[in-house]
Ligand binder design. Structure first.
Ligand code: MEV
Length: 427
């Protein structure tokens, strides 16, 4: 059915759960341990991960197919409860793959650790002293994580920001920039900031207060681009050039209006968060960074851009901070995260970021294409009908039939679903 390491699995959604797993195992040489890790987190392991554990909260884990990124094929694991996200990403990835796929890049893993300094009498002098003692500060910072330095990363630079007026008086903020290589980097950033804090007090004469990573990781950006010929965008009586122009108009709404931008970016994060969760990364950190980055001009706006190229193609670009790791955190502890990373076959955190940003762009395209044409509800409600059927009490074997009937009746709501369940039970 497929070639080795392809991401093109036609009709994947029509297969049973077991058939999908068999197909992935054969294509990606997954062993039994990896396959069983896809199924559940052991409660005893969970008990070591956080405090007061009483159980496991399950989320469906799906794979988005058809992703061609930088010339390489990927099936992308996504953990999410919302129907139509995985389908939307897969479908758009297929359209984009017909025009050469996604072109993604990611900067080195530069994180910012912040040190807040209060009670500084001369802000400018303190700033000058810190900058002229940069090498000593960086040397001391290196001692907080020698392994990181051995791996080619570690502290790189010191920057100083001044806030002459704050609610608690003048404030000086030190930014320690460090390359965290394949780790998300919060721990490395926090340890290094704590390590240099006494020296910062000595150089500034002030009092160090907070020492903590910044989630506005704007030195660690991931970017993805795609271009699609309008012919590929045509469907169901919608002309390709009209779909293309409708997508640009939909994007323009988010570009100028923060109320729309919040929803537009939420759609992007549907895809991004799902991969972040599947790979054991910190989605709250990425969410925080994404929305702060979307406000960098002073007005909250769209994270993506869509335009018509000179040759008439639709061109899309997404850029955002992506602090994700392939080591550290739960990426190497949670068995499903490990299995997801194995399925992706990524070499390092940069490659993971390149994939995630492409999924965000595909997700955005899926939402804009639907919104600009038939509206979001048609496709969404069709998939949502299955959840309505389950909520109404439909049993295995009844769910698809009831969902289909809800769609045929054009009445996708819980009361109608309950009536259908009742009718089956009383047949
Ligand atoms: C729903 O989860 C996401 C959308 O609202 C995104 C958007 O409006 O662009 C469809």
């Amino acid at each position: 059915m497929t070639e080795k390491n392809t991401s093109r699995f036609r009709g994947f959604y029509k297969l049973s759960l077991k058939q999908r797993l068999d197909l992935l195992a054969a294509t990606y040489a997954l062993d039994d341990a990896t396959l069983s890790a896809l199924q559940c987190l052991d409660p005893t392991l969970a008990d070591h991960m956080i405090e007061n554990v009483i159980g496991i909260y399950g989320l469906p884990l799906g794979v988005a197919t058809n992703f061609l990124i930088n010339g390489k094929d990927f099936v992308v694991p996504m953990a999410i409860e919302e129907p139509s996200v995985v389908a939307g990403a897969s479908y758009m990835a297929r359209l984009v793959s017909e025009s050469g796929g996604f072109h993604s890049s990611a900067s080195p893993a530069l994180m910012i650790a912040q040190i807040q300094v209060l009670e500084v009498t001369d802000l400018n002098k303190a700033r000058q002293t810190l900058l002229s003692n940069k090498s000593e500060l960086l040397e001391v910072a290196k001692s907080a994580d020698p392994l990181l330095v051995e791996l080619g990363g570690g502290p790189q630079d010191i920057e100083v920001r001044l806030f002459p007026e704050s609610p608690v008086g003048p404030m000086l903020v030190v930014h320690l920039i460090l390359d965290t290589v394949d780790a998300m980097g919060a721990n490395a950033a926090n340890s290094s900031a704590e390590r240099i804090a006494p020296l910062v007090e000595e150089f500034t004469g002030g009092r160090v207060h907070l020492r903590i990573v910044s989630n506005l990781a704007d030195r660690r950006l991931a970017t993805s681009r795609c271009s699609i010929s309008p012919a590929v965008l045509a469907f169901d009586g919608f002309r390709g050039d009209k779909v293309r122009d409708g997508i640009v108009e939909a994007w323009a709404f988010a570009a100028v209006d923060p109320y729309r931008a919040a929803t537009h970016n939420k759609g992007i994060m549907n895809g991004i968060d799902a991969v972040i969760i599947a790979t054991g990364n910190d989605w709250r950190a990425v969410e925080a960074g994404a929305h702060a980055y979307a406000s960098r001009s002073g007005t909250y706006t769209s994270l993506s851009q869509w335009q018509v190229a000179e040759n008439g193609d639709l061109e899309g670009k997404l850029e955002l901070p992506l602090a994700v790791g392939t080591v550290g955190g739960s990426t190497r502890v949670h068995p499903t995260a490990k299995a997801s990373l194995q399925l992706l076959g990524v070499k390092n955190a940069r490659e993971l970021a390149e994939i995630i940003v492409a999924v965000g762009l595909a997700q955005n395209l899926a939402a804009l294409r639907a919104l600009a044409t038939e509206g979001i509800q048609k496709g969404h409600m069709r998939l949502h009908a299955r959840q309505i059927a389950i909520a109404a009490g439909a049993q295995q074997g009844q769910i698809d039939g009831i969902a289909e009937q809800l769609v045929i009746d054009n009445d996708i709501n819980i009361e109608h679903a309950k009536k259908l369940v009742h009718e089956i039970e009383n047949k």
